[in-house]
Design a binder for this molecule. Structure first.
Ligand code: FES
Length: 509
C-alpha cells in the first residue's frame, strides 16, 4: 500500500522560508525565436551565476526556467555559503588524494568571495552576512574526526581551526570552525542575479520548459514559445532533464528537510552542522523583521522516503527541545544529486558533445559548488584555462572504486522499481481527504489524490522519465519517483527532473 493520511500534519506552512518571503518575479516566456551567444537552462545558482559571468565577458545570454527564478533547488537550500562541507575534506582526501581535495577547497572558498563580490557589485539586497561556520561534535569519537578535519583543512590553506568554544545553547565537545564564511537569502540573491542578466540583448524567460536540446552550430533549445539558438548551451537543471549524459545514473538523488521557527533573539554570526548522525544543520536568519532558527536534516535517498511527516516532526522536536524554538513557521524539502565519487560534474555533456555543457552533482552544497561550477564553464566558453576544471570534469575517467559504487547504487534503484511495481491499494473510496495512493484502474497504475474538499484527481502513476511507479508524499503533497528523484504536483506537472514531461491526466475513478 502506498498511501498516507493528512491527519497529524507536521507543524509549519509547507513552503520554503526563502520562497515565502521574496517577491514573485514576472519574466515572460519567449514569443518567437531568439538568438544569443549562450543559452542557459535553469535559473538556479549555477545557471544564473554562469549567465551573469558570461554577460560580463561581453556575451549575450538567454536563461530559461520552467517555473520562476528561485523556485527550484536553490530556493530550498539553507542559505549557507561555505567551503566547510561537514567533514568533506577527510572523506574526499581518502578517495581522491590531497591534491584533488585542495582544488575542491580552493574552488569553494573562491565561490564565497565571488558571491560577496556580486552582492557588492550589483547591490543585491539578499541579507548577505559574514559568519563563522562550524562542524560540531558531541561525542569523543566525533571530536577526533572533527580535529582531523580541522588539521587537514588548515594544511590545505583553508581558514580552519579546531575550537571548543562553540556558540550553541547545548554542550558540545569541539568543532572545526571556518572563518569568513557567509549566508544569504537564496531567492533574493537569485532574483538579483536575474535582474542583472536581463537586458542589453540578454534575457530571462520564465514559465519556459526546455523540450529538446540540439547540439550543433547553432546549438538549439526548443521551447513551446520558440527556439533559442546559441553558440553554446549550459544545462544547469540539477539533474539534466531527459537522459542527457546519463547523469541520473551517476548521481543518486538525496532529499533533505528543513524547518524554520520564529525566535525573539537576533541572529548569531555563526552557522552549524553536526558531525554525528542524525545530521542537524543549524542557522539563524533575520527576514522581513523577524528572526528565525532554521534546522535541516533527516536526509535520505529518494528511494527510502518512509514517514515524511515523521521526519519534519523529529526536526521540530530538536528545535523545541534543544534550541528553545517556539512555533514552527515553515517547513520544506529539497533534493540534490550526490555524485558517485563525491565530486561535482562540470564540463561537456558527454565525451562527444560539442556545444552542450552540464553542471550536476552539487552534493547538497550547491551555493558554493554551483558558483564554482559556473566560473569553470565561463572560462571554458571564453577559451581560458581554469585550474579547477580537471577535478570537476564531467567526463572524468571513473576510478575503480566508483565502478563498484555505480553497481551498488543502481542495484538499490532496481530493488525500488520492483517494490513499486508490486504495490497496490484497495481503491479510491478508501482514501481520506488529503490522501493519495497508487491504484489499479483498468489495469493501469493510476496516481489518485483526494484533495481536502474531497475532489478526486487522477494522473498516470508511471514516471515519464523511465517508467518507475511514483509514490505519494503526504507531507509535501507531491508524487515522488523513487528511482531518480523526479517530483510531480498532484496535477501531474513536473516539479523536479530528470523527468521532462508531466504525468498525463487520467479520468477520476
Ligand atoms: Fe527516473 Fe522516475 S526519475 S524513472
Amino acid at each position: 500500500m502506498n498511501a498516507a493520511s493528512n491527519s497529524g500534519r507536521p507543524e509549519g506552512n509547507p513552503v520554503s522560508l526563502w520562497v515565502a518571503t521574496a517577491a514573485t518575479t514576472g519574466y515572460p516566456a519567449p514569443h518567437g525565436d531568439v538568438e544569443v551567444d549562450v543559452a542557459v537552462i535553469g535559473a538556479g545558482i549555477a545557471g544564473l551565476t554562469a549567465a551573469l559571468a558570461l554577460k560580463r565577458t561581453g556575451r549575450t545570454v538567454a536563461v530559461i526556467e520552467t517555473a520562476r527564478v528561485g523556485t527550484g533547488v536553490t530556493g530550498h537550500t539553507t542559505g549557507k555559503v561555505t567551503s566547510l562541507h561537514r567533514l568533506a575534506y577527510t572523506e574526499l582526501a581518502r578517495r581522491h588524494g590531497t591534491s584533488t581535495v585542495r582544488t575542491y577547497g580552493e574552488a569553494n572558498q573562491a565561490a564565497i568571495e565571488h558571491v560577496a563580490a556580486v552582492v557588492a557589485g550589483e547591490g543585491i539586497d539578499c541579507g548577505f552576512r559574514r559568519v563563522a561556520n562550524y562542524t560540531y561534535a558531541e561525542t569523543d569519537d566525533a571530536v577526533a574526526r572533527v580535529r582531523e578535519e580541522a588539521a587537514l583543512a588548515a594544511r590545505l590553506g583553508l581558514p580552519a581551526t579546531f575550537t571548543t568554544d562553540v556558540p550553541l545553547p547545548f554542550p558540545v565537545k569541539g568543532a572545526v570552525r571556518f572563518d569568513g564564511q557567509a549566508q544569504i537569502h537564496s531567492v533574493k540573491y537569485l532574483q538579483g542575479l536575474a535582474a542583472a542578466v536581463n537586458g542589453e540583448g540578454s534575457f530571462v524567460f520564465e514559465g519556459t520548459p526546455a523540450q529538446r536540446v540540439h547540439d550543433g552550430s547553432p546549438a538549439v533549445v526548443v521551447t513551446e514559445g520558440g527556439a533559442i539558438r546559441a553558440n553554446d548551451i549550459i544545462v544547469a537543471t540539477n539533474v539534466p532533464f531527459g537522459g542527457q549524459g546519463l547523469f541520473y545514473l551517476r548521481c543518486h538523488p538525496h532529499r533533505s528537510y528543513l524547518i524554520a521557527g520564529r525566535v525573539d533573539t537576533p541572529p548569531l554570526d555563526a552557522t552549524f552542522i553536526s558531525a554525528e548522525e542524525p545530521l542537524r544543520s543549524i542557522l539563524t536568519a533575520s527576514v522581513g523583521g523577524s528572526s528565525y532558527v532554521l534546522i535541516g536534516g533527516e536526509g535520505h535517498r529518494v528511494s527510502e522516503a518512509g514517514d515524511t511527516a515523521g521526519r519534519y516532526r523529529r526536526l521540530a522536536a530538536f528545535a523545541h527541545d534543544r534550541l528553545g524554538v517556539g512555533e514552527i513557521a515553515y517547513r520544506w524539502s529539497t533534493q540534490d544529486g550526490v555524485p558517485l565519487d563525491g565530486l561535482p560534474y562540470v564540463g561537456r555533456m558527454s565525451p562527444t558533445a560539442k556545444h552542450v555543457y552540464v553542471i550536476a552533482g552539487l552534493r547538497k552544497w550547491g551555493l558554493t559548488n554551483g558558483t564554482a561550477a559556473a566560473l569553470i564553464l565561463t572560462d571554458a566558453l571564453s577559451g581560458r584555462e581554469n585550474g579547477w576544471a580537471s577535478v570537476f570534469n564531467s567526463n572524468r575517467i571513473t576510478p575503480a572504486a566508483s565502478a563498484g559504487r555505480f553497481m551498488k547504487e543502481n542495484a538499490k534503484t532496481m530493488a525500488t522499481v520492483l517494490r513499486g511495481k508490486l504495490g497496490g491499494h484497495p481503491g479510491h473510496a478508501a482514501l481520506a481527504p488529503g490522501e493519495g495512493a497508487v491504484i489499479k484502474v483498468n489495469r493501469e497504475s493510476t496516481a489518485v489524490y483526494k484533495d481536502p474538499d474531497g475532489q478526486v484527481r487522477a494522473v498516470s502513476a508511471i514516471c515519464t522519465h523511465l517508467g518507475c511507479t511514483v509514490a505519494f508524499n503526504s507531507a509535501d503533497t507531491t508524487w515522488d519517483c523513487p528511482c531518480h528523484g523526479s517530483r510531480f504536483g498532484t496535477d501531474g506537472s513536473v516539479i523536479q527532473g530528470p523527468a521532462a514531461k508531466d504525468l498525463p491526466s487520467r479520468p477520476a475513478p
